[in-house]
Design a protein around this ligand. Sequence first.
Ligand code: C2E
Ligand code: MG
Ligand code: MG
Length: 782
Amino acid sequence: MAGFVLPSSVLLLPPISSLNFPKLLNFSRSFFLRFVNKVKIIDYLKFIIIALGALCLSFVLANLSHDVFSLNFLLLLVFAVFVAPKMVLTLPRSNFSVSFSDSIIFLTFLTFGGEAAILLAAIEMLASCYYLNSKGTLSFGKLMIPTNASITVLATTCAYAALLLLSHITAGLNPAESTRHLIAVLGILTFSQFIVLSLLATAFHSLVKRKNFWETWKHEGFFSSITQIFGAGLAGIVYKVINYADLLTTAIAFLAFGVAYLVYRQSIGEINDAISKAEDAEREKAEAERTRAVQAENYAKQLRVLLEKEEKVSDALRISKEAFQHSAMHDTLTNLANRANFAGVLRDLIDKSDPSAPFFVLFLDICRFKNINDSLGHTVGDKVLIIVAKRLLRLLYEHDVVARLGGDEFAIVLKDLSSVEDAEKIARKIHQKISEPFSLSGNNIFVELNIGIARFEREYTNPEEILRDADIAMHHAKETGAGAAIFDTTLRARFLDRIKLESDLRFALERNELSMHYQPLISLKDGEIIGFEALLRWQHATRGFISPADFIPIAEDSGLIIPITTWILDQTCAQIASWRALSPNYAEMIISVNISGKHLVHESLIDDVQRSLDSVSLPPTALKLEITESAAMENAERTIEILNRLKALGVMLSIDDFGTGYSSLSHLHRLPFDTLKIDRSFVYSVGENGENSEILQTIISLAKNLKMRVIAEGIETETQLALLQNLGCDFGQGYLMSKPLPVDAMEKLLYQKHNWLPQEKTDEAENESSDKPRKDEHLPVF
Ligand code: C2E
Ligand code: MG
Ligand code: MG
């Protein structure tokens, strides 16, 4: 074949694809890079391909005619090595690249024969690989460049072989003569080259990726057919131009081709630049959008977390609000309605004021609840309150309302009752059921209630009024020991009077309305005075004399008894100190002061006593404290502890009003009393002829057995005196000897009297006592 000039018009053709080298090379590269060391079979395959390629090439070189090496071939070779690799154009937005490799190979085939085409294919592939490698477009793994070159050699060789094998058909074909012949030859070449190339490429690919061969061929191998068809088409056109155009036309065609190629290349470059800029912009936009989306998602997440938190907080708030509302309206210990809640219920009922639906308010108070707390502890006390609350709920209907007003006070609204008697019946039932003993932490507990009942009347305008009246009735029940009482207006008058008295008592000390009277304590043996009982008197500015029996309970309830007793201790200690100084006969006199149960359990008592003694330097043995039997026994264990502490001070102790309380003998012998004072009711009941003396006798012998001195109070008659003397009672006090008197009057008597017993009786007593030695002579004198 004569030399030829590259036709320039080729570039003017519509999209021309050739074998997609970069893609194939890329595939080969990745295949080898990833698996070359791991998959030995690939290495073997490469060696085989290289060996076969080398064999083919050797065969080609051996058979290559010298005629081939013409100027045209060399130009073509130069073009294939130095120009064609650089002329690859990647079409915008496609997988195709326009390369001229196939065209050159096919053109060489048509022009210089198969051997020249095989040689050129090998050289062109090596040049392309080195070019791409040097540009950094691709990097080739071990043996990949010779493998690629061998694959091209093999494919071209096979195409040539196919042409030779079909020589009986192709023998008459002359591409130079007829376009149809040209197309047939190119078709055989293209088809056979495509078959070999795509099979080898697919074999590699499916081995590397471990994919199905057929699937791989469809996706990877098929594309190479398209690029080859275009390559063949281009080669055909160039071949035609070279063969049929004159020199000028060919030159113009190639010039036009060159210009068109450059323009096209520049446009494609610009398009590619614009596209890549647009793609960059799109990418940036997509990136920005993605960032925005991520941010939005993060915000959404944060918002969701915030919302969840807020929901949790609002849930917690709602729960705490409900709990707060509940606790605002309920007693935390018993879960009963509290005072505010109860007042609300009463308020509604009062507002309705429905005469057809009368209601009753019960006010309940646990007797001596403080003792439970003091003796068994507050935990037990709380449990008792809970048990009481439960029992109350069990006893009542659902429409009744039970509340704990505070401390040991409860209140109930009873509805749907026709009469106050029905309310009283329920109150009695409650009283009885609540009193049933129960066991708690190993203790047998008896709870006693006082219940006041108030019926709703139109005159009530607010809840406090009806509650107050039920409370008044409860106090009445307490005072009378009835357990339950119904309110009436006389109770309110008494209550108000009591309130008035209490308020007056607060100022009684300041107003000098309180004073002490002294009643002598006489030795029944010899009639000598051994001391006094100090008794409080209240001369009210308007009401006149008020009995201690009336105001002492008020003083106890209001707590005023403590400051009053402190004052009494100061007064009486000073008084006895001054009387003891009057004469040596009185130097051993004692003063007996009544101490209330309220003061006894108050922590200030010991200090109060000590301070009063110290203030006048009175020896403690000159002071005797009288504690009533009921006060001493109310909380015996506590009393024992306090009395022992008082005893440690050195003061004397006397149990007062003995016989009226409920002494437990087991406690009695543990209480450190020096003296037992028989209640005057036992002395009073002794008849003119000494009848009803059995109890006196029993108490006196009990006292002796307990190693206590005995004193009898309320001695009014000589018979009583004589009987007591006969029974061996040590001391006595009573109107028979002297009434309680103020200081002045008592002082006069102290100067006048030396023997306080009726004279003749004293003599008899003296005779009796001299005849009959006393059983208790071993006892200390007072
Ligand atoms: P009490 O401690 O048992 O005092 C004896 C009471 O018997 C006194 O009553 C006294 O006046 C009275 N009395 C003495 N001899 C006779 C008698 O022969 N016949 C009659 N009918 N009564 C006699 P008073 O002073 O009215 O005191 C009553 C109670 O008031 C006392 O009983 C005591 O419990 C209490 N009390 C009196 N003064 C005080 C005090 O200063 N402190 C305390 N806490 N209580 C006091
Ligand atoms: Mg007394
Ligand atoms: Mg008494």
